[in-house]
Design a protein around this ligand. Structure first.
Ligand code: FAQ
Length: 326
């Protein structure tokens, strides 16, 4: 590419975005678009992988075989989501080992929500209901994101997240039909996860440095506050049907707006968690690092196997193409 090509390529890129068509890996894209996509996809992938820990904490203590099988499958799905997303980041030239190193060194972020502890089995249900619910609200619009591999990965991820959300809600309905102690556990888990779930949508629009440009590039179709409001409107009736109270005195229907009003989010808490000072940040990253270190022999074995298979493949190719004598 020469310097004179760049305006033409830039115009083609902008036209692709304006037509709501997709940018594909081999297409030219501005360096800042590539960097933004890698940032968002990597943070999303890290969130899925770190997000296995809070629920994974309960696999060995699930109350029945059925609940254990469901939880195992859900946590495995999250690993799968992380893999598709790292794959999508690789199509942009990112190196997966490098992304993992950045996560472990706390140089890349993951969602704030996974820095809160899971104190009872009701937390598994509330994570499905609220955390997967918020994830769906945020991610369904991303199926129309301008970067092809990310948008396509999001379609399957959203289908699985919807299923996760329903399993969480079903678990909570079962607990709410149980003993008073079980109902109290659900209420307590709701109280702890409600505000952190609202924080998942990111800082308020006037403090979100990336939103404007990401919207202009078709990466994000909605602002953080729009999606937060959508989530509140979707969730309040679900809380009513469940029979739990959302911990917000200011939550009420606003007839004029046709939406729920809600109280202020504690952005100091959000900033503290995002900058590494949440209740479980150190534990989550240490666990991820330990798992990565413990997996070193698997990566080495896989590489050795791949090299050996490649060697055998070359040898077979050499023998089949070699001239026959005799
Ligand atoms: N936590 O300018 P903005 C899941 C960062 S997956 C931590 O508004 P942007 C599945 C942000 O990255 C959950 N950091 O940024 C599951 C930026 O960082 P920078 C993850 C946050 O990108 C369920 C800075 O603050 N989902 O839950 C958070 O335009 C159950 C400024 O923010 C995704 O990643 C936060 N909550 O908008 C798994 C979805 N919010 O610039 C297991 C894709 C913001 O320093 C169990 N991502 N930051 O690098 C997105 O939609 C966007 O990236 C937003 C943030 C909306 C998260």
């Amino acid at each position: 590419m020469t310097a004179t090509d760049e305006p033409v390529l830039q115009a083609h890129f902008e036209d692709t975005i304006a037509r709501m068509s997709r940018i594909e890996p081999r297409d030219w894209m501005p360096q800042a678009y590539r960097a933004t996509m890698i940032r968002q996809i990597a943070q999303h992938a890290h969130s899925e992988i770190i997000g296995m820990q809070p629920e994974g904490n309960w696999i060995t203590r699930a109350p029945s075989l059925r609940r254990k099988a469901i939880l195992l499958a859900k946590v495995q799905d999250e690993a799968g989501h992380g893999m598709y997303l790292y794959g999508a980041a690789e199509t942009l030239g990112a190196d997966r080992a490098d992304l993992t190193e950045k996560l472990i060194a706390s140089r890349q972020k993951y969602s704030s929500i996974f820095n809160y502890p899971t104190l009872s089995y009701a937390d598994v249900g509330v994570i499905g209901w609220l955390v997967d619910g918020a994830a769906i609200c945020n991610q369904v619009p991303l199926c129309r994101s301008s970067y092809g591999p990310y948008a396509r990965a999001m379609i399957r991820i959203c289908k699985e997240e919807s299923f996760h959300q329903r399993q969480g809600y079903e678990l909570l309905l079962t607990m709410m039909a149980g003993t008073q102690e079980q109902r109290d556990m659900v209420q307590d888990a709701t109280n702890r996860f409600w505000w952190p779930s609202l924080m998942m949508f990111g800082p308020p629009d006037d403090a979100s440095p990336n939103t404007e440009r990401s919207m202009a590039w078709g990466i994000k179709p909605h602002t953080n506050d729009e999606l937060r409001q959508r989530f509140v409107d979707m969730t309040v009736p679900q809380a009513g049907r469940l029979g739990v109270t959302l911990p917000d005195q200011r939550l009420r229907w606003n007839e004029a707006r046709g939406r729920y009003d809600f109280g202020p989010v504690d952005w100091d808490e959000f900033n503290a968690v995002v900058s590494g000072n949440g209740p479980c940040n150190a534990q989550r990253v240490a666990r991820r690092k330990a798992a990565h270190d413990e997996g070193a022999w698997v990566r080495e074995a896989a590489l050795a196997h791949a090299a050996k298979s490649e060697g055998q493949h070359c040898e077979r190719a050499r023998l089949t193409t070699a001239p026959h004598h005799g």
